[in-house]
Structures are given as structure tokens and as C-alpha cells.
Write a protein that binds this ligand. Structure first.
Ligand code: GCB
Length: 611
């Protein structure tokens, strides 16, 4: 039987899906006023600000108690009034940022924290809209402005936007967010992950003003690497027909104009006389300017095609080998925690470049906006993933809707990133009819939203029945995706590194094969014989033995070992070695390179030279 809690969460997931159905776009390119910085916080493990003593949700009450309803953010009206909280006297948190690494006492905290920031109302011209945009809040956000409920969002790694035009007050405004990072069985991700469940408002918060009609979305893509035909669509919020939209790409001499259709969408086609295609070796980006009435957005976009042919991945029509590495959205230095700045994202990608990579697998959830934009600029292919990880509640429709929303929002946010070549649906999910149905539906949604990229999922390999040294990848999901990716840990979870020389691989699909993980732990600075687990020598030897093994896999289009940097995981408890970190990084949690870094770096150098 389902617990009350899980039923309740199911209802909440549907609330989030309903919020998204309002279809408020991601207004990242509209800039806005930053609401980052110091926010006041109230730690609320018993949810006192959210539920009354009968466990009724306070924001469902027409007249919630001033004394305990935190989002009202009131002060006692007189000396006699009982008000049992005070944001102004409470401690602060920096936004963006996770709370775990900001306050010692919150390191292991999973629950509710109320965050409040005040701001002065912007001057809105007549007809303008005001939106609140959150880059990401992990995991659930209930947003209130000036004591009024704005909305709820579920999912820790994707942006969300609310229209607050009617709720803005003249003068000082109080913005309160209830952030709840409790894990739940039917959530996405579920209870069990091998990463830290960092809570908080982990990405930027902005107040965005737009004209009454505004550019809600745009897609620009290369249709053919041979003709250089470019297509674009622009969606205007409001949905009126016959409005003029302009798209300019000055460097290509394009100054295009089109009318919106009944749905408010304008379509463009253009073939420039000359075009430099985007590739990791030459990550050319063009400035694009889109204008509709008073609204203008600009950004830099690269043009390339990506497709498969048999077991090859073709970039701009030519086979490419993906020299990858996996990365978590966590920065090791200065106390660690979630990546919160473009500088940190750049450092991670710079390390990947130093490794001679041309590809990063951004595990296991959408990383921040800066990461994929920098990947465009720095010339690094990206695998972008949603946190459908391990054993999700496959038969729960609310869980599916939640996963689908996260996938859709991720695609919508990053649909113009040339660097992203693969949308990943899941990681290491156990084969069953319910799981394959769930992931097939996700795949259908991804293809409907974006037909210009490849789909994959990190699957698993198994030993063949009766032949322990023959590895097979047999998964009905392989028929659904474009790239057959699998994680394998021969030499770490599966025998010792010497096993690499003995195993054989049987993978029956005529699609590109990709190893989405391999690796093993090493404590940086721990030295010994290569047979001694946890030493740098063991890890380096594991890489030395794995690389010739994977070289023999016919049709391998690339791989991304696990992982660039050590990362926090509550599952990793071995004292003196792990101390709360997964140590499979090629770089330590102090930012020091381990011996295996140089093994892979040299292998990739030779691979790149041979390409
Ligand atoms: C995996 C998971 C990854 C883990 C890794 C490990 O297969 O996909 O999230 O962290 O193995 O270190 O065990």
C-alpha cells in the first residue's frame, strides 16, 4: 500500500506539472535585476511555517495566522502581538548557493528552510510584465511575494519563471521561498543517489521585466552541413497572428523578417553565402539578434549537424570520436558545494580541456546555464542528462510527469547550444517492462521537442550466461535511443584491473557504442603498489588496463570515464580514504591531479593526433 507521504508527493508533482502548463518561458536572455546576494533564512524541520498544528497547509487558509505563517513576513503590530518568527533577526545565506556548505550545522540537513529577500519595486512602464526567474532550487520551491502565494516548482536542476506583475508592491517587496530538499521514493531523483543532496536556491534569481508582447522562445539550427541552410522559429508570447519578427545575424549578412502565425510563431529560412561550422576544433559562434516591437534578445549560436550512420557519430557529416569525461555540478575548492559561478564552471571545463577532452558528460542532472554556454564557446561536446537515476518509481504517473517536465525544461533551456549533442534520458536503470515504457515515453517527448540531437541513456552491461568473461549489453532501450551507451566497471566493481585483458564484448546493435562510465577510486597522495586499492597507482593501472580493452570494442564512438573531480557522497564512508567523497576523480577534492589524470591525458593526446 502507498504511504500517505508518497500519495501526497504525487499530488505535489501534479501541482508542479500544472504550474508548467501555464507555459511561462525561460526568460534567461531577458537579463533583469539580480536578486542574488544575502537572503535571510529560517530553518524549519517541523514545517511550522507551512502547516498548522492540525497539519493543514497554511497557504490554503483564507486567513493564515500572522503569528506562525512565515511567508507573511510580518512584524508585531504592537508590543502585545505574538509573532513567533523574525526574518530580520535570523541568520543569512548567500544566493546562489547550497546551504550544506555555507553552515556547518546544515551540512547533513534535508528538510525545509525558508529564505527571504527584500527588494525595491522596479519602475514598470505601462503594459510591462514582471517575472521572477529562478535558475534552480533543490528540490521543491514554494514561492510567495508580499504574503501572497506565487506558485510551486518541483525539480532541483531546471529553471522556472512566475509572472508576478499583479503581486508587485510599490516600494519594498518581500520575496519568501520555502525550499524543501527532502528526498522521496517517488521523486526524481529518488531516495538513493551517489551524490550529495545539496539544498537551497542554488542558481541565480532575477526579476525580469518584459514588454506586454515579448519573445518567449526561439530556435535556430543548421538544416544541412552541405547546403548551409539555416532555419529558425521565434515564439511571441500573446499568440497573435500577423506580427513582425526580425532575426539578424550581422556577420552572415542576414537581416530577416517574418510574420507570426495564429499561434504567435514566426518561421525563417536562410542560406548564407559562407558559413563557418561549429566544431570542437573551431567553435565558431555567431551573434544573433531577435527583435519584436520593443523586445530584443541577443545571444551567440554555433551551427553544426550531428547524426549517426551505422556505428559512427557524424559531426558536420564526418565521423568523430568522443574523448570524454564525466563531471558533477560540484566545485571542489573553497569548501566545495554546488557550482555557483561561471568562473567555477570554466575551471571544470578547463580541466577537461587539459585532459585533451572534446566531450563532457554532465552527470546526472542539468548543470547551470554557464556550463553549456561555456562549452559552446570553448568547443566541448556535451551530454546533458536528467536525474532519472537508478530505481525510479516507474509505474507512478506523477513521477513520470515530473521526469518529463524536467526533461522538457532542460531541452527548452538549452535547445540552441551547439555543444549539446546528446540528451540523456536516464542512468543505470534496471531493465523491466515498466521502466522501458517510462523511458520510451520520455524519448518520444524529447524527439517531439528536438529532432536535431541524439538520444541516449547510460545503460548497463552484464556477463553473458555461462561465460563470466563475456560482457553483453542487451537492453530493449537500445532500440529506442540513437547511441547505445553503457557504464562498465571491469577492474573496480567487477574483478581487478587484470580482468580487462581477458574480457570480450558482444554488443548486437548497429548503432554507435559509447562507454558512459568506467573508473575506480584513489585517494590523492596515497601511494603504494599498483595492486593496492585506493592508491593513485591502482587507479592509474586501472586506466592503463582499461584503455586497450575499450580500444578493442568494435564501433566504439567514444567514452567518458567516471569522473573529473572527486565529489561528495553520503554513501562513501571509508575513514581516511573516502571521508564522504566518491574518490573516482582524476582530480582530488583539493584540486590536485592524480596519476591517472596523466594516463588519460596522454591517451587522448594520441587519439586527437590520430583523428
Ligand atoms: C555509477 C553511477 C555513478 C556512481 C558511480 C560509482 O555507475 O552512475 O553515479 O557515482 O557508478 O562511483 O559507483
Amino acid at each position: 500500500m502507498k504511504s500517505f507521504a508518497s500519495l501526497w508527493l504525487g499530488v505535489l508533482c501534479l501541482v508542479a506539472a500544472a504550474t508548467r502548463a501555464d507555459n511561462i518561458p525561460d526568460l534567461f536572455l531577458h537579463g533583469g535585476v539580480s536578486l542574488n546576494g544575502e537572503w535571510k533564512m529560517i530553518v524549519d524541520p517541523y514545517e511550522s511555517g507551512f502547516y498548522d498544528y492540525r497539519w493543514s497547509q497554511r497557504d490554503k487558509d483564507a486567513k493564515p495566522s500572522r503569528a506562525e505563517t512565515f511567508y507573511l513576513d510580518v512584524k508585531p503590530a504592537d508590543a502585545g502581538e505574538r509573532v513567533e518568527y523574525d526574518f530580520d533577526q535570523s541568520p543569512s545565506l548567500q544566493v546562489p548557493g547550497d546551504w550544506n556548505t555555507q553552515k556547518r550545522e546544515l551540512f547533513y540537513y534535508e528538510g525545509t528552510i525558508w529564505c527571504r529577500r527584500t527588494f525595491e519595486s522596479p519602475e514598470l512602464a505601462k503594459g510591462q510584465h514582471a517575472f521572477l526567474r529562478f535558475g534552480a532550487v533543490n528540490y521543491r520551491a514554494d514561492v510567495y511575494l508580499n504574503g501572497q502565494r506565487v506558485g510551486t516548482h518541483i525539480g532541483g536542476f531546471t529553471p522556472f519563471t512566475f509572472d508576478v506583475t499583479k503581486l508587485l508592491a510599490k516600494g519594498t517587496n518581500s520575496l519568501v521561498v520555502r525550499v524543501d530538499n527532502k528526498r522521496a521514493k517517488d521523486a526524481v531523483p529518488t531516495l538513493n543517489t551517489d551524490w550529495w543532496n545539496y539544498g537551497g536556491i542554488t542558481r541565480d534569481v532575477t526579476l525580469v521585466a518584459t514588454p506586454a508582447e515579448y519573445i518567449a522562445d526561439h530556435r535556430i539550427w543548421l538544416e544541412s552541413e552541405t547546403t548551409h541552410a539555416i532555419a529558425a522559429t521565434v515564439q511571441i508570447a500573446g499568440g497573435k497572428a500577423g506580427e513582425t519578427v526580425q532575426v539578424a545575424i550581422p556577420e552572415l549578412g542576414a537581416d530577416l523578417s517574418a510574420q507570426t502565425d495564429d499561434a504567435g510563431k514566426a518561421a525563417f529560412h536562410f542560406t548564407p553565402a559562407q558559413l563557418s561550422l561549429w566544431s570542437p576544433d573551431s567553435p565558431k559562434l555567431y551573434e544573433i539578434r531577435i527583435t519584436h516591437g520593443e523586445d530584443t534578445v541577443t545571444e551567440r549560436i554555433g551551427f553544426r549537424t550531428i547524426c549517426t550512420e551505422g556505428r559512427s557519430i557524424l559531426l558536420n557529416g564526418k565521423p568523430v570520436f568522443l574523448r570524454g569525461i564525466c563531471i558533477h555540478g560540484e566545485f571542489p575548492l573553497n569548501g566545495g558545494g554546488r557550482v555557483t559561478s561561471p568562473e567555477q564552471a570554466r575551471q571544470l571545463l578547463t580541466w577537461a580541456k587539459e585532459l585533451n577532452c572534446n566531450f563532457v558528460r554532465l552527470a546526472h542532472y542539468p548543470h547551470c546555464e554557464a556550463m553549456t554556454r561555456l562549452a559552446d564557446e570553448m568547443g566541448i561536446f556535451v551530454w546533458s542528462e536528467v536525474p532519472v537515476y537508478w530505481t525510479i518509481d516507474w509505474t507512478n504517473e506523477a513521477t513520470f510527469q515530473n521526469a518529463q517536465s524536467q526533461l522538457s525544461d532542460n531541452i527548452q533551456r538549452d535547445a540552441n547550444r551547439a555543444s549539446i549533442i546528446i540528451w540523456s534520458l536516464a542512468n543505470e536503470t534496471p531493465v523491466s517492462p515498466a521502466r522501458t515504457r517510462f523511458l520510451t515515453r520520455l524519448a518520444q517527448r524529447a524527439r517531439a521537442l528536438d529532432s536535431t540531437r541524439l538520444l541516449s541513456a547510460a545503460m548497463e552491461k552484464h556477463a553473458k550466461d555461462g561465460a563470466p568473461e563475456v560482457n553483453v549489453v542487451e537492453d530493449p532501450l537500445a532500440d529506442v535511443v540513437d547511441v547505445v551507451a553503457f557504464n562498465q566497471y571491469v577492474g573496480w566493481y567487477d574483478g581487478l584491473p587484470g580482468k580487462c585483458g581477458r574480457v570480450r564484448w558482444e554488443i548486437p546493435y548497429n548503432k554507435p557504442l559509447f562507454i558512459s562510465e568506467f573508473g575506480g577510486d584513489a585517494k590523492q597522495g596515497l601511494h603504494g603498489d599498483k595492486s593496492q586499492r585506493w592508491t593513485e597507482e591502482f587507479q592509474a593501472d586501472l586506466y592503463r588496463q582499461t584503455l586497450p580493452m575499450v580500444d578493442k570494442i568494435q564501433g566504439l564512438a567514444g567514452f567518458s570515464p567516471w569522473i573529473l573531480v572527486d565529489f561528495r557522497s553520503p554513501k562513501r564512508v571509508l575513514p581516511g580514504i573516502q571521508d564522504g567523497f566518491n574518490r573516482k576523480g582524476l582530480i582530488s577534492s583539493e584540486g590536485n591531479k592524480k596519476a591517472a589524470f596523466y594516463v588519460l591525458q596522454e591517451y587522448y593526446r594520441q587519439r586527437a593526433a590520430a583523428q
